[in-house]
Design a protein around this ligand. Structure first.
Ligand code: ZN
Length: 162
């Protein structure tokens, strides 16, 4: 069975930067089940998975425009620290939810002074060529429930409250 729209694909993957720095690997935890074509994966990975079958292993390099987007310098903003006065453990590297002109956004603290804090609203993996090693473990039809919910169910059915 090939991976096509509305199939559930269970994959193992590892992703690294173009200079081979490992970013994340499902081999360290559980394989990733996805409904193919649901938009859960970045476009470059969906394209690469299309038509593959159980047992296939492949490598694909995904450019920013098919991954997490380009980096935008104006997503980096320095603001008065008092804007985040109610947050404990504020430190470089912390992820915050911030309300911006574009709505709720996750930002990462990249610099701090006594009075200011600099946050970066770019996705941490934006602007990078990402190298994926992918292994297809399972391909099956998605159930009607899964398609309706838009996510994969485990053995016990839906683990979410709907
Ligand atoms: Zn569900």
């Amino acid at each position: 069975m090939k991976i096509t729209a509305n199939k559930v694909a269970v994959i193992h993957y590892s992703v690294s930067t173009s200079d081979d720095t490992l970013i994340d690997s499902s081999y360290d935890h559980e394989p990733l089940p996805v409904i193919f074509g649901s938009g859960y994966l970045i476009p470059g990975l969906e394209e690469a998975l299309d038509g593959h079958e159980v047992g296939d292993k492949f490598e694909v390099t995904v450019p920013p425009e098919k991954g997490y987007g380009e980096r935008f310098d104006d997503y980096v903003q320095t603001v008065p620290k008092e804007m985040f006065a109610d947050i404990e453990d504020l430190d470089v590297g912390a992820q915050l939810r911030a309300t911006t002109d574009e709505g709720e956004q996750t930002v990462i603290v990249v610099d701090m002074t006594e009075d200011t804090i600099t946050v970066d609203g770019n996705h941490p993996l934006s602007g990078m060529d990402l190298k994926f090693d992918v292994e297809v473990l399972e391909v099956r039809d998605a159930t009607a429930d899964e398609l309706e919910h838009g996510h994969v169910h485990g053995e016990g059915g839906c683990g979410h409250s709907h």
